[in-house]
Design a protein around this ligand. Structure first.
Ligand code: FAD
Length: 353
């Protein structure tokens, strides 16, 4: 299904289920625990709900947040900005691009650039190997003629008013060189759109930077839930959609008066992981969405051994046959938590080669 067809299908299903969809509406804040305020083309509205689901997604950090020095020319985009320009507004970009990042979304940017008649001459990644699986990288090299420079960052932006080149730096040798290009796409480096959670005083996880949730996707505010990439930047669209089905069951249970189970065990990301989602498990709750814990690794380990510890004791060890790799979500079957003690305090999930 194409993206627009997929979006239309979901919108039709939501309407058929009785939802009112307000487009061009921005939720600006809270006027109570489950009361939101929004700005719409028809004016400001206030909606009081028995349950609220935050599903505000994630975005790529723009140039300013990445602190790349240099000129401020035209021709610098994030993938979201680029795809909006090319697919929705049918605007043109340049002819020769550098893409910062080598994640799956970076290849999505390269595809969009190709559609707009622009060749991706170089991709850069600060990691020792491309983040995207070789299924992206090998055909990308053959069909797009795109080289991936590892351990490399964009260190300067050059050109005014239009981009002329970027300077790239090898992080191991410190060597710098100039690459001529008229388009730069900054990909990956995700951050959840967590502003509403923050405004509402809902607990945020310093690792994911999204709201802290349990396996039922409840936040720490009763009746407020969160789902999709606001929780785990960034997973694929299918996973975000399935989070929706999972959270719907939790919302229905809440509306029917089911209480949150007492007691909770915090989950903590151990090396090489940056974060784990959900951050809390509750005895008596269903397994997390799709029966998996999601984690984000800073290190490539081809066949990692997962080690789960509680109170200094190893409670599970399991070899998995898929790699931990920077730039993509890593999934661990939630069964590794089967032997944790509900009263035993925080549980750390780590991995070793
Ligand atoms: C540029 C880009 C390309 C991607 N390409 C792919 C791909 O090719 N394949 C893939 O599987 N995944 C891709 N992804 C991952 C993508 O994030 C997921 O596919 C999916 O869209 C995430 O779903 P979500 O429901 O969590 O959030 P989103 O789909 O991002 O939806 C969040 C929604 O919340 C709205 N919102 C945010 N704040 C407010 C507010 N205050 N008030 C009102 N509305 C608000 C936003 O406008 C948006 O409509 C891509 C992501 C990006 C950014």
């Amino acid at each position: 299904m194409s993206g627009p067809a997929y979006a239309r299908t979901l919108a039709e299903r939501a309407r058929a289920a009785g939802a009112t969809i307000r487009t061009n509406a921005t939720v600006t804040g809270w006027a109570g625990d489950r009361v939101i305020e929004a700005t719409t083309p028809q004016g400001r509205i206030r909606v009081e709900a028995r349950a609220v689901v935050l599903a505000t997604g994630a975005r790529e950090r723009p140039r300013s947040a990445r602190l790349i020095p240099g000129d401020r020319p035209r021709g610098v985009y994030t993938t979201g900005h680029l795809q909006n320009l090319v697919h929705l507004r049918h605007g043109g970009v340049g002819r020769r691009a550098v893409v910062a990042g080598a994640e799956p979304v970076s290849w999505s940017a390269a595809l969009t650039l190709r559609e707009a008649g622009c060749r991706t001459v170089l991709m850069t990644t600060e990691y020792p190997r491309p983040e995207a699986p070789f299924l992206f990288t090998v055909p990308g090299r053959i069909f797009f003629g795109t080289r991936v420079a590892t351990r490399t960052r964009v260190s300067r932006i050059i050109g005014r008013p239009r981009l002329r080149a970027v300077e790239v730096e090898n992080l191991d040798t410190g060597e710098r060189r100039i690459v001529a290009c008229d388009t730069l796409v900054l990909t990956g480096d995700w951050v959840p759109d967590h502003e509403l959670a923050r405004l509402g005083g809902i607990a945020l996880d310093p690792g994911t930077k999204g709201p802290v949730v349990d396996g039922a996707l409840r936040t720490d505010r009763p009746g407020v839930f969160a789902a999709g990439n606001v929780l785990h930047p960034v997973d694929t669209a299918d996973v975000a959609a399935l989070d929706g089905a999972h959270v719907a069951r939790s919302v229905l249970a809440w509306l029917r008066g089911r209480d949150t189970p007492a007691g909770q065990v915090p989950l903590v990301a151990g090396a090489p992981f940056r974060w784990v989602s959900p951050e809390v498990v509750r005895p008596g709750d269903p397994a997390p969405p799709r029966g998996h814990l999601l984690l984000w690794s800073d290190r490539y380990i081809p066949f990692p051994r997962i080690v789960v510890r509680q109170g200094g004791r190893v409670v599970a060890r399991r070899r998995l046959w898929w790699p931990t790799a920077p730039g993509r979500v890593f999934r661990v079957p939630a069964g590794v938590l089967a032997r944790i003690d509900p009263e035993g305090g925080p549980v750390t999930v780590g991995a070793e080669p």
